[in-house]
Design a protein around this ligand. Structure first.
Ligand SMILES: CC(=O)N[C@H]1[C@@H](OP(=O)(O)OP(=O)(O)OC[C@H]2O[C@@H](n3ccc(=O)[nH]c3=O)[C@H](O)[C@@H]2O)O[C@H](CO)[C@@H](O)[C@@H]1O
Ligand SMILES: C=C(OP(=O)(O)O)C(=O)O
Length: 426
Protein backbone atom coordinates (compact mmCIF):
# COMPACT_ATOMS: atom_id res chain seq x y z
CA UNK A 1 0.00 0.00 0.00
CA UNK A 2 1.32 3.46 -0.85
CA UNK A 3 2.17 6.00 1.82
CA UNK A 4 3.38 9.59 1.82
CA UNK A 5 6.54 10.73 3.57
CA UNK A 6 6.30 14.43 4.34
CA UNK A 7 9.20 16.52 5.58
CA UNK A 8 7.45 19.39 7.33
CA UNK A 9 8.45 22.92 8.07
CA UNK A 10 8.91 24.44 4.61
CA UNK A 11 6.86 27.45 3.57
CA UNK A 12 4.79 27.04 0.41
CA UNK A 13 5.39 29.56 -2.35
CA UNK A 14 4.12 29.43 -5.91
CA UNK A 15 1.05 28.73 -8.01
CA UNK A 16 -1.27 25.72 -7.83
CA UNK A 17 -3.65 24.89 -10.68
CA UNK A 18 -7.08 23.72 -9.51
CA UNK A 19 -8.37 20.53 -11.16
CA UNK A 20 -11.91 19.73 -12.25
CA UNK A 21 -14.30 18.91 -9.39
CA UNK A 22 -14.57 15.23 -8.48
CA UNK A 23 -18.06 15.65 -7.10
CA UNK A 24 -19.24 17.30 -10.29
CA UNK A 25 -17.38 15.08 -12.74
CA UNK A 26 -18.93 11.92 -11.30
CA UNK A 27 -22.52 13.08 -11.78
CA UNK A 28 -21.73 14.51 -15.22
CA UNK A 29 -20.41 11.11 -16.27
CA UNK A 30 -23.70 9.54 -15.16
CA UNK A 31 -25.59 11.95 -17.45
CA UNK A 32 -24.27 10.03 -20.47
CA UNK A 33 -26.74 7.25 -19.61
CA UNK A 34 -29.61 9.58 -20.53
CA UNK A 35 -28.73 9.86 -24.21
CA UNK A 36 -27.71 7.66 -27.13
CA UNK A 37 -25.46 10.45 -28.37
CA UNK A 38 -21.83 11.13 -27.36
CA UNK A 39 -20.91 13.31 -24.41
CA UNK A 40 -17.49 14.94 -24.12
CA UNK A 41 -16.33 16.14 -20.72
CA UNK A 42 -13.32 18.44 -20.57
CA UNK A 43 -11.35 19.49 -17.47
CA UNK A 44 -11.88 15.95 -16.14
CA UNK A 45 -9.86 15.13 -13.03
CA UNK A 46 -8.03 11.82 -13.36
CA UNK A 47 -8.74 10.28 -9.97
CA UNK A 48 -9.36 6.83 -8.58
CA UNK A 49 -13.09 7.69 -8.33
CA UNK A 50 -13.55 9.05 -11.85
CA UNK A 51 -11.52 6.18 -13.39
CA UNK A 52 -13.50 3.67 -11.35
CA UNK A 53 -16.83 5.15 -12.40
CA UNK A 54 -15.65 4.97 -16.01
CA UNK A 55 -15.34 1.20 -15.50
CA UNK A 56 -18.90 0.99 -14.21
CA UNK A 57 -20.04 2.94 -17.26
CA UNK A 58 -18.30 0.36 -19.46
CA UNK A 59 -20.05 -2.46 -17.61
CA UNK A 60 -23.35 -0.78 -18.48
CA UNK A 61 -22.34 -0.59 -22.15
CA UNK A 62 -21.03 2.96 -22.43
CA UNK A 63 -17.99 3.33 -24.66
CA UNK A 64 -15.41 5.35 -22.78
CA UNK A 65 -12.37 6.90 -24.44
CA UNK A 66 -10.18 8.59 -21.86
CA UNK A 67 -6.45 8.03 -22.35
CA UNK A 68 -4.25 8.25 -19.26
CA UNK A 69 -2.89 11.72 -18.66
CA UNK A 70 -5.67 13.42 -20.65
CA UNK A 71 -8.32 15.69 -19.22
CA UNK A 72 -10.91 15.10 -21.94
CA UNK A 73 -13.20 12.11 -21.55
CA UNK A 74 -15.51 10.87 -24.31
CA UNK A 75 -18.53 8.81 -23.30
CA UNK A 76 -20.90 7.19 -25.74
CA UNK A 77 -23.98 5.43 -24.41
CA UNK A 78 -25.46 4.68 -27.87
CA UNK A 79 -26.39 1.16 -26.79
CA UNK A 80 -26.59 0.08 -23.19
CA UNK A 81 -25.87 -3.59 -22.67
CA UNK A 82 -26.72 -3.98 -19.00
CA UNK A 83 -28.96 -2.37 -16.42
CA UNK A 84 -27.20 -4.02 -13.49
CA UNK A 85 -24.69 -2.02 -11.45
CA UNK A 86 -22.83 -4.66 -9.40
CA UNK A 87 -21.77 -4.36 -5.76
CA UNK A 88 -18.05 -4.39 -6.55
CA UNK A 89 -18.39 -1.35 -8.77
CA UNK A 90 -20.79 0.66 -6.62
CA UNK A 91 -19.60 0.00 -3.08
CA UNK A 92 -16.51 2.22 -3.24
CA UNK A 93 -18.21 5.54 -3.78
CA UNK A 94 -21.41 7.36 -3.30
CA UNK A 95 -21.98 8.87 -6.72
CA UNK A 96 -22.26 5.54 -8.53
CA UNK A 97 -25.70 5.03 -6.96
CA UNK A 98 -26.95 7.88 -9.16
CA UNK A 99 -27.02 5.52 -12.17
CA UNK A 100 -30.27 4.03 -10.81
CA UNK A 101 -32.72 6.73 -11.93
CA UNK A 102 -31.10 7.36 -15.33
CA UNK A 103 -31.12 3.60 -16.08
CA UNK A 104 -34.83 3.41 -15.21
CA UNK A 105 -35.51 6.50 -17.34
CA UNK A 106 -33.61 5.04 -20.29
CA UNK A 107 -34.46 1.34 -20.06
CA UNK A 108 -37.51 1.05 -17.81
CA UNK A 109 -35.76 -1.04 -15.17
CA UNK A 110 -32.49 -1.36 -13.24
CA UNK A 111 -30.75 -3.26 -10.47
CA UNK A 112 -28.20 -1.23 -8.57
CA UNK A 113 -26.18 -2.13 -5.48
CA UNK A 114 -26.54 0.08 -2.42
CA UNK A 115 -23.61 2.54 -2.46
CA UNK A 116 -20.45 2.98 -0.41
CA UNK A 117 -18.30 6.08 -0.12
CA UNK A 118 -16.45 7.60 2.79
CA UNK A 119 -17.41 5.98 6.10
CA UNK A 120 -18.44 9.25 7.74
CA UNK A 121 -21.94 8.38 8.91
CA UNK A 122 -24.93 6.16 8.20
CA UNK A 123 -25.60 7.79 4.82
CA UNK A 124 -29.00 6.23 4.00
CA UNK A 125 -30.51 6.56 0.50
CA UNK A 126 -34.13 6.99 1.58
CA UNK A 127 -34.43 10.43 -0.04
CA UNK A 128 -33.15 9.08 -3.36
CA UNK A 129 -35.66 6.23 -3.24
CA UNK A 130 -38.58 8.44 -2.19
CA UNK A 131 -37.91 10.75 -5.15
CA UNK A 132 -37.79 7.88 -7.64
CA UNK A 133 -40.95 6.34 -6.18
CA UNK A 134 -42.73 9.69 -6.45
CA UNK A 135 -41.85 9.62 -10.15
CA UNK A 136 -43.54 6.24 -10.53
CA UNK A 137 -40.72 3.73 -10.03
CA UNK A 138 -41.52 0.47 -8.22
CA UNK A 139 -38.62 -0.31 -5.92
CA UNK A 140 -37.59 -3.27 -3.80
CA UNK A 141 -34.43 -3.54 -1.74
CA UNK A 142 -33.19 -7.13 -1.74
CA UNK A 143 -29.81 -8.59 -0.79
CA UNK A 144 -28.07 -5.25 -0.89
CA UNK A 145 -29.50 -4.25 -4.24
CA UNK A 146 -32.27 -1.87 -5.27
CA UNK A 147 -34.40 -3.53 -7.92
CA UNK A 148 -36.47 -1.00 -9.81
CA UNK A 149 -38.93 -0.85 -12.67
CA UNK A 150 -41.26 1.74 -14.13
CA UNK A 151 -43.63 -0.25 -16.33
CA UNK A 152 -45.72 2.79 -17.22
CA UNK A 153 -42.74 5.13 -17.56
CA UNK A 154 -41.64 7.88 -15.19
CA UNK A 155 -43.93 10.83 -14.46
CA UNK A 156 -43.07 14.27 -13.19
CA UNK A 157 -43.74 14.74 -9.47
CA UNK A 158 -43.72 17.31 -6.68
CA UNK A 159 -40.95 16.28 -4.30
CA UNK A 160 -40.36 18.05 -1.01
CA UNK A 161 -37.10 16.78 0.49
CA UNK A 162 -37.12 16.52 4.29
CA UNK A 163 -33.49 17.74 4.23
CA UNK A 164 -31.27 19.10 1.48
CA UNK A 165 -29.28 16.18 0.07
CA UNK A 166 -26.74 16.79 -2.67
CA UNK A 167 -26.90 13.25 -4.02
CA UNK A 168 -30.71 12.95 -3.88
CA UNK A 169 -31.20 16.36 -5.54
CA UNK A 170 -28.84 15.40 -8.38
CA UNK A 171 -30.36 11.95 -8.71
CA UNK A 172 -33.90 13.31 -8.91
CA UNK A 173 -32.84 16.04 -11.35
CA UNK A 174 -31.06 13.59 -13.67
CA UNK A 175 -34.04 11.22 -13.65
CA UNK A 176 -36.71 13.90 -14.09
CA UNK A 177 -35.16 15.18 -17.34
CA UNK A 178 -36.76 12.24 -19.16
CA UNK A 179 -39.94 11.90 -17.03
CA UNK A 180 -43.27 12.91 -18.53
CA UNK A 181 -44.38 16.37 -17.37
CA UNK A 182 -43.01 18.69 -14.73
CA UNK A 183 -41.02 17.76 -11.64
CA UNK A 184 -40.58 20.28 -8.83
CA UNK A 185 -37.88 19.71 -6.21
CA UNK A 186 -38.39 21.66 -2.98
CA UNK A 187 -35.79 22.01 -0.24
CA UNK A 188 -33.26 20.98 -2.87
CA UNK A 189 -29.55 21.18 -2.09
CA UNK A 190 -27.83 24.30 -3.50
CA UNK A 191 -24.25 23.13 -3.98
CA UNK A 192 -22.48 24.58 -7.05
CA UNK A 193 -21.99 21.08 -8.48
CA UNK A 194 -25.79 20.84 -8.86
CA UNK A 195 -25.75 23.94 -11.02
CA UNK A 196 -22.88 22.50 -13.05
CA UNK A 197 -24.91 19.34 -13.66
CA UNK A 198 -28.02 21.37 -14.60
CA UNK A 199 -25.98 23.44 -17.08
CA UNK A 200 -24.68 20.29 -18.72
CA UNK A 201 -28.15 18.69 -18.85
CA UNK A 202 -29.64 21.89 -20.30
CA UNK A 203 -26.97 21.88 -23.00
CA UNK A 204 -28.19 18.34 -23.80
CA UNK A 205 -31.71 19.71 -24.29
CA UNK A 206 -33.12 19.32 -20.78
CA UNK A 207 -35.40 22.02 -19.35
CA UNK A 208 -34.19 22.78 -15.84
CA UNK A 209 -34.59 26.06 -14.00
CA UNK A 210 -33.70 27.06 -10.46
CA UNK A 211 -30.61 24.85 -9.96
CA UNK A 212 -28.50 26.49 -7.26
CA UNK A 213 -31.65 27.53 -5.38
CA UNK A 214 -33.78 25.38 -3.09
CA UNK A 215 -36.57 25.04 -5.69
CA UNK A 216 -35.71 23.34 -8.96
CA UNK A 217 -38.17 22.82 -11.81
CA UNK A 218 -37.58 20.22 -14.48
CA UNK A 219 -39.83 19.98 -17.51
CA UNK A 220 -39.38 16.46 -18.87
CA UNK A 221 -38.39 16.04 -22.53
CA UNK A 222 -38.62 12.98 -24.78
CA UNK A 223 -34.98 12.81 -25.75
CA UNK A 224 -31.65 14.32 -24.77
CA UNK A 225 -28.75 15.07 -27.14
CA UNK A 226 -25.00 14.79 -26.80
CA UNK A 227 -22.90 17.74 -25.68
CA UNK A 228 -19.45 18.98 -24.71
CA UNK A 229 -19.15 20.34 -21.20
CA UNK A 230 -16.25 21.59 -19.05
CA UNK A 231 -16.28 20.23 -15.49
CA UNK A 232 -16.32 23.10 -12.97
CA UNK A 233 -13.16 23.60 -10.88
CA UNK A 234 -12.94 21.77 -7.57
CA UNK A 235 -13.84 24.08 -4.68
CA UNK A 236 -12.82 21.47 -2.12
CA UNK A 237 -9.40 20.96 -3.69
CA UNK A 238 -8.97 24.75 -3.87
CA UNK A 239 -10.01 25.16 -0.23
CA UNK A 240 -7.65 22.38 0.80
CA UNK A 241 -4.61 24.01 -0.81
CA UNK A 242 -5.62 27.37 0.63
CA UNK A 243 -5.53 25.80 4.08
CA UNK A 244 -2.24 24.03 3.34
CA UNK A 245 -0.68 27.40 2.50
CA UNK A 246 -2.22 28.97 5.60
CA UNK A 247 -0.93 26.17 7.84
CA UNK A 248 2.59 25.95 6.39
CA UNK A 249 2.91 29.69 5.79
CA UNK A 250 4.09 31.30 2.56
CA UNK A 251 2.47 32.84 -0.49
CA UNK A 252 0.41 30.64 -2.82
CA UNK A 253 -1.89 31.58 -5.68
CA UNK A 254 -4.60 29.14 -6.71
CA UNK A 255 -5.22 29.28 -10.45
CA UNK A 256 -8.54 28.47 -12.09
CA UNK A 257 -10.30 28.63 -8.72
CA UNK A 258 -14.12 28.75 -8.42
CA UNK A 259 -13.96 31.99 -6.42
CA UNK A 260 -17.74 32.51 -6.03
CA UNK A 261 -18.14 29.02 -4.58
CA UNK A 262 -15.47 29.59 -1.93
CA UNK A 263 -17.11 32.40 0.05
CA UNK A 264 -17.53 30.64 3.42
CA UNK A 265 -14.01 29.21 3.35
CA UNK A 266 -12.47 32.57 2.42
CA UNK A 267 -14.22 34.41 5.25
CA UNK A 268 -13.09 31.81 7.82
CA UNK A 269 -9.48 32.06 6.63
CA UNK A 270 -9.63 35.85 6.89
CA UNK A 271 -11.07 35.56 10.42
CA UNK A 272 -8.09 33.35 11.25
CA UNK A 273 -5.77 36.18 10.26
CA UNK A 274 -4.73 34.86 6.84
CA UNK A 275 -4.40 37.33 3.97
CA UNK A 276 -6.70 36.23 1.16
CA UNK A 277 -6.92 38.06 -2.17
CA UNK A 278 -9.70 36.64 -4.29
CA UNK A 279 -10.02 37.82 -7.88
CA UNK A 280 -13.23 36.58 -9.44
CA UNK A 281 -12.43 37.93 -12.90
CA UNK A 282 -9.04 36.20 -13.00
CA UNK A 283 -10.27 33.06 -11.17
CA UNK A 284 -7.42 33.28 -8.70
CA UNK A 285 -7.14 33.22 -4.92
CA UNK A 286 -3.89 34.31 -3.29
CA UNK A 287 -3.16 33.07 0.22
CA UNK A 288 -0.43 34.74 2.26
CA UNK A 289 0.72 34.08 5.80
CA UNK A 290 4.16 35.18 6.88
CA UNK A 291 5.20 35.00 10.49
CA UNK A 292 1.93 35.83 12.25
CA UNK A 293 0.28 33.13 14.36
CA UNK A 294 -3.18 31.97 13.26
CA UNK A 295 -6.18 33.10 15.33
CA UNK A 296 -8.66 30.52 16.60
CA UNK A 297 -12.03 30.57 14.85
CA UNK A 298 -15.22 28.57 15.46
CA UNK A 299 -16.85 26.85 12.54
CA UNK A 300 -20.04 24.91 11.96
CA UNK A 301 -20.49 22.89 8.78
CA UNK A 302 -23.63 23.73 6.81
CA UNK A 303 -25.14 22.96 3.43
CA UNK A 304 -23.96 25.38 0.72
CA UNK A 305 -23.47 28.34 0.90
CA UNK A 306 -22.34 27.55 4.45
CA UNK A 307 -18.96 26.11 5.40
CA UNK A 308 -18.59 22.73 3.60
CA UNK A 309 -18.27 19.51 5.57
CA UNK A 310 -15.68 18.42 2.99
CA UNK A 311 -13.34 21.13 4.36
CA UNK A 312 -13.96 20.48 8.04
CA UNK A 313 -11.03 18.10 8.58
CA UNK A 314 -8.63 20.46 6.82
CA UNK A 315 -9.85 23.38 8.94
CA UNK A 316 -9.31 21.31 12.08
CA UNK A 317 -5.69 20.72 11.05
CA UNK A 318 -5.32 24.49 10.65
CA UNK A 319 -6.95 25.30 13.98
CA UNK A 320 -4.60 22.81 15.69
CA UNK A 321 -1.96 25.51 15.21
CA UNK A 322 -4.04 28.56 16.12
CA UNK A 323 -3.62 30.80 19.12
CA UNK A 324 -6.58 29.93 21.38
CA UNK A 325 -9.42 27.43 21.36
CA UNK A 326 -11.81 26.85 18.50
CA UNK A 327 -15.01 24.84 18.43
CA UNK A 328 -15.68 22.89 15.26
CA UNK A 329 -19.23 21.59 14.82
CA UNK A 330 -20.04 18.91 12.25
CA UNK A 331 -23.74 19.08 11.42
CA UNK A 332 -23.94 17.11 8.15
CA UNK A 333 -22.43 13.72 9.01
CA UNK A 334 -22.57 12.03 12.41
CA UNK A 335 -19.14 10.37 12.29
CA UNK A 336 -16.74 12.75 10.61
CA UNK A 337 -14.07 13.35 13.25
CA UNK A 338 -11.87 10.33 12.57
CA UNK A 339 -8.95 12.61 11.76
CA UNK A 340 -8.96 14.00 15.33
CA UNK A 341 -7.09 11.09 16.99
CA UNK A 342 -4.63 11.03 14.07
CA UNK A 343 -3.98 14.77 14.39
CA UNK A 344 -3.35 14.17 18.10
CA UNK A 345 -0.42 11.92 17.15
CA UNK A 346 1.23 15.04 15.77
CA UNK A 347 0.65 16.86 19.05
CA UNK A 348 -2.72 18.51 18.36
CA UNK A 349 -4.95 19.00 21.40
CA UNK A 350 -8.48 18.02 20.41
CA UNK A 351 -11.40 16.89 22.52
CA UNK A 352 -14.32 15.37 20.63
CA UNK A 353 -17.72 15.71 22.34
CA UNK A 354 -20.54 14.39 20.17
CA UNK A 355 -20.87 16.64 17.14
CA UNK A 356 -18.31 19.10 18.46
CA UNK A 357 -14.53 19.08 18.47
CA UNK A 358 -12.81 21.48 20.84
CA UNK A 359 -9.41 22.32 19.41
CA UNK A 360 -6.86 23.99 21.66
CA UNK A 361 -4.20 25.34 19.36
CA UNK A 362 -0.55 24.50 19.98
CA UNK A 363 2.42 26.57 18.75
CA UNK A 364 4.01 23.64 16.90
CA UNK A 365 3.08 20.16 15.66
CA UNK A 366 5.67 17.37 15.44
CA UNK A 367 5.87 14.74 12.68
CA UNK A 368 4.56 11.21 13.38
CA UNK A 369 3.25 8.14 11.54
CA UNK A 370 -0.51 8.46 10.97
CA UNK A 371 -3.22 6.63 9.09
CA UNK A 372 -5.65 8.00 6.57
CA UNK A 373 -9.24 6.98 7.31
CA UNK A 374 -11.23 8.74 4.62
CA UNK A 375 -10.65 11.17 1.81
CA UNK A 376 -10.76 14.58 3.50
CA UNK A 377 -9.36 13.19 6.77
CA UNK A 378 -6.34 12.01 4.77
CA UNK A 379 -5.61 15.40 3.34
CA UNK A 380 -5.98 17.06 6.74
CA UNK A 381 -3.05 14.87 7.84
CA UNK A 382 -1.05 16.06 4.85
CA UNK A 383 -1.75 19.69 5.83
CA UNK A 384 -0.71 19.03 9.42
CA UNK A 385 2.38 17.15 8.21
CA UNK A 386 3.43 20.09 6.02
CA UNK A 387 3.30 22.42 9.01
CA UNK A 388 4.85 19.99 11.50
CA UNK A 389 8.48 19.80 12.50
CA UNK A 390 10.16 16.61 11.26
CA UNK A 391 8.78 13.72 9.22
CA UNK A 392 5.15 12.63 9.00
CA UNK A 393 4.24 9.36 7.29
CA UNK A 394 0.64 9.18 6.06
CA UNK A 395 -0.30 5.52 5.59
CA UNK A 396 -3.18 4.11 3.49
CA UNK A 397 -3.33 6.96 1.05
CA UNK A 398 -5.64 5.16 -1.37
CA UNK A 399 -8.35 7.35 0.18
CA UNK A 400 -6.42 10.43 -0.89
CA UNK A 401 -6.12 9.19 -4.45
CA UNK A 402 -9.92 9.11 -4.72
CA UNK A 403 -10.09 12.88 -4.71
CA UNK A 404 -6.77 14.70 -5.21
CA UNK A 405 -5.13 14.80 -8.61
CA UNK A 406 -1.29 14.96 -8.60
CA UNK A 407 -1.25 16.13 -4.97
CA UNK A 408 2.49 15.61 -4.35
CA UNK A 409 3.40 17.23 -7.67
CA UNK A 410 1.27 20.31 -7.00
CA UNK A 411 2.54 20.82 -3.45
CA UNK A 412 6.18 19.96 -4.20
CA UNK A 413 6.17 22.56 -6.98
CA UNK A 414 5.55 25.10 -4.19
CA UNK A 415 8.44 23.90 -2.05
CA UNK A 416 6.86 21.04 -0.09
CA UNK A 417 8.79 17.83 0.40
CA UNK A 418 6.38 14.93 -0.12
CA UNK A 419 7.47 11.54 -1.38
CA UNK A 420 5.24 8.59 -2.27
CA UNK A 421 6.61 5.18 -1.32
CA UNK A 422 5.15 1.70 -1.68
CA UNK A 423 5.30 -1.10 0.86
CA UNK A 424 3.86 -1.96 4.25
CA UNK A 425 2.46 0.68 6.59
CA UNK A 426 4.96 2.37 8.87
C1 LIG B 1 -19.98 12.33 -4.35
C2 LIG B 1 -20.45 13.51 -3.63
O1 LIG B 1 -20.92 14.47 -4.24
N1 LIG B 1 -20.30 13.51 -2.32
C3 LIG B 1 -20.65 14.69 -1.57
C4 LIG B 1 -22.13 14.68 -1.29
O2 LIG B 1 -22.42 13.47 -0.61
P1 LIG B 1 -23.92 12.99 -0.48
O3 LIG B 1 -24.66 13.34 -1.71
O4 LIG B 1 -23.87 11.59 -0.05
O5 LIG B 1 -24.39 13.90 0.73
P2 LIG B 1 -25.87 14.35 1.09
O6 LIG B 1 -26.00 15.80 0.83
O7 LIG B 1 -26.84 13.43 0.42
O8 LIG B 1 -25.92 14.08 2.65
C5 LIG B 1 -26.30 15.07 3.57
C6 LIG B 1 -26.99 14.43 4.74
O9 LIG B 1 -28.21 13.85 4.31
C7 LIG B 1 -28.33 12.52 4.74
N2 LIG B 1 -29.11 11.76 3.75
C8 LIG B 1 -28.77 11.81 2.44
C9 LIG B 1 -29.46 11.12 1.49
C10 LIG B 1 -30.58 10.35 1.91
O10 LIG B 1 -31.24 9.68 1.10
N3 LIG B 1 -30.90 10.32 3.23
C11 LIG B 1 -30.19 11.02 4.17
O11 LIG B 1 -30.52 10.98 5.34
C12 LIG B 1 -26.88 12.03 4.84
O12 LIG B 1 -26.76 10.91 5.69
C13 LIG B 1 -26.20 13.28 5.40
O13 LIG B 1 -26.36 13.32 6.77
O14 LIG B 1 -22.48 15.80 -0.48
C14 LIG B 1 -21.84 15.80 0.82
C15 LIG B 1 -22.37 17.01 1.58
O15 LIG B 1 -21.97 18.18 1.00
C16 LIG B 1 -20.32 15.81 0.64
O16 LIG B 1 -19.73 15.65 1.90
C17 LIG B 1 -19.86 14.70 -0.27
O17 LIG B 1 -18.49 14.88 -0.60
C1 LIG C 1 -17.40 12.24 1.17
C2 LIG C 1 -16.85 12.35 -0.04
O1 LIG C 1 -17.05 11.50 -1.09
P1 LIG C 1 -18.19 10.36 -1.16
O2 LIG C 1 -19.49 11.10 -1.06
O3 LIG C 1 -18.02 9.68 -2.47
O4 LIG C 1 -17.97 9.45 0.00
C3 LIG C 1 -15.97 13.48 -0.33
O5 LIG C 1 -15.73 13.76 -1.51
O6 LIG C 1 -15.47 14.10 0.63
Amino acid sequence: MDRLHIKGGAHLNGRIPVSGAKNSALKLMVACLLTDQPITLTNMPSLADTRFLAQLMETLGVEVYWPKGESTCHLNGAELKSTIAPYDQVRKMRASFNVLGPLIARSGHATVSLPGGCAIGARPVDLHLQALEAMGADLRVEQGYVKAAAIHGLKGAHINFSMPSVGATEHAMLTATLAEGETVLENAAREPEIEDLANCLNSMGAKITGAGTSKIRIQGVEKLNGTTHAVMPDRIEAGTYAMAAAAAGGDVTLEGAPVAALGAMISKLKEAGVTVEADEAANTVRIVRNGTRLKSVNVSTQPHPGFPTDLQAQFMALMSLADGTSIIRETIFENRFMHAPELQRLGAEILVRGQEAIVKGVPQLTGAPVMATDLRASVSLVIAGLAAEGETVVNRIYHLDRGFERLEEKLNACGASIERRSGDDE
